[in-house]
Design a protein around this ligand. Structure first.
Ligand SMILES: NC(=O)C1=CN([C@@H]2O[C@H](COP(=O)(O)OP(=O)(O)OC[C@H]3O[C@@H](n4cnc5c(N)ncnc54)[C@H](OP(=O)(O)O)[C@@H]3O)[C@@H](O)[C@H]2O)C=CC1
Ligand SMILES: O=C(OP(=O)(O)O)[C@H](O)COP(=O)(O)O
Length: 334
């Protein structure tokens, strides 16, 4: 029997998770919600995805445009086993009561606080914690990126300090900026360090800056080691870590632009780069400190995590069975 999945919030993350769900042979996409009949709603319909109004309040917009919806969010909730809440940050917490009332499981995203769910989640780090849970939070894109690489070396970590260089807006977002400034998060540590700790118990602090780019985030990571590691060890560990890829500057990967071009060359849908990209030459050891630099495709790295969280919550597969299945279905390279 396939798990019936609904998506509330068909935006940057929601449309990608919806696509990923359609690629799974043990899941069925029942429908998605929209607040308005824009081109994304029409495209969903063309793809055969039932579109529901995000609430009764939005129905007049669809009626006015003669866009026939399959119902409202309440109707969708009655047809599914699990809802993926990909509404804007903070909205998921408000929606949770609706989900509780109907008794459907729910996955929230990184824009929500950790206490919205029973556990925060990054598949390769703590898949087991989501087994049979009703409410799970897939952590933010940056937190997912940090967790993937740090989890691989966690037994060596004494302390981590990482600087997050965050993209200002997603490519389709015309409202956010800055377009000519660097904006520090004056909250120190930024939310990323404490959020990593909701998944793996390591000593980590982070600071964050928003810069005028749309395509990827970049992290500069410094790890104080509690036991020795060589550069070659770290390369070997990352080469053997799922959803992490090493890229070499000497092969032309000079910036985030070439990483996205690589995803385009793979003919990835929406140029998704689900894997965290670590620059091989940036991996260096100085005394007891390890340094590396990585990039995160914010629109897609959390997508496979949502798929694995569904499998964990219904105990449909063990950790590596699920990760391998998800990777294969999305063309994730390793
Ligand atoms: N973008 C990113 O880089 C990442 C985002 N996240 C997290 O994922 C979540 C979603 O972010 P993102 O996809 O970027 O957001 P978007 O703004 O791209 O999409 C959110 C969608 O929610 C819908 N929506 C708006 N208002 C309502 C409402 N009242 N009821 C139901 N749906 C509504 C909108 O639908 P409509 O178009 O119909 O108005 C919109 O498409 C957030 O928690 C965010 O922090 C996590 C990792 C990366
Ligand atoms: O999860 C993300 O970033 P974050 O890990 O910096 O919070 C996404 O890029 C969304 O971030 P935003 O809240 O800046 O849109």
């Amino acid at each position: 029997m396939k798990v019936k999945v609904g998506i509330n919030g068909y935006g940057t993350i929601g449309k990608r998770v919806a696509y990923a769900v359609t690629k799974q042979d043990d899941m069925e996409l029942i429908g998605v919600t929209k607040t308005k009949p824009d081109f994304e709603a029409y495209r969903a319909k063309e793809l055969g995805i039932p579109v529901y109004a995000a609430s009764n309040d939005f129905l007049p917009r669809f009626e006015k445009a003669n866009f026939e919806v399959a119902g409202t969010l309440e109707d969708l909730l009655n047809e599914i086993d699990i809802i993926i809440d990909t509404t804007p940050g903070g909205m998921g917490e408000k929606n949770k009561t609706l989900y509780e009332n109907v008794g459907v499981k729910a996955i929230f995203q990184g824009g929500e606080k950790a206490n919205v769910a029973e556990t925060s989640f990054v598949a390769q780090a703590n898949y087991e914690n989501a087994i049979r849970k009703n409410y799970v939070r897939v952590v933010s894109c940056n937190t997912t990126g940090l967790t993937r690489t740090l989890n691989a070396i966690k037994e060596y970590i004494e302390y981590v300090y990482a600087v997050m260089i965050r993209r200002a807006a997603d490519p389709n977002d015309i409202k956010r900026g800055p377009i000519n400034a660097i904006k520090p998060s004056v909250e120190v540590p930024s939310h990323h360090g404490p959020d990593v700790q909701t998944v793996i118990p390591i000593n980590i602090e982070t600071t964050a800056f928003v810069v005028p780019t749309t395509i990827m985030h970049v992290h500069s990571v410094m790890v104080e080691l509690k036991k020795p590691l060589t550069k070659e060890d770290v390369i070997d560990i990352f080469e053997n870590t799922t959803r992490v890829l090493l890229f070499e500057k000497k092969k032309g990967f000079d910036s985030t632009a070439q990483l996205i071009e690589f995803a385009r060359d793979l003919h990835r849908e929406w140029n998704n780069l689900y894997e965290i990209a670590v620059w091989k030459e940036s991996i260096n050891i100085k005394g007891n400190r390890l340094f590396y630099i990585q990039a995160v495709h914010q629109e897609s790295d959390v997508v496979p995590e949502n798929v694995d969280a569904i499998r964990a919550m219904f105990e449909m597969a063990d950790k590596w069975e699920s990760i391998k299945k998800t990777n294969k279905s999305l063309g994730i390279l390793k």
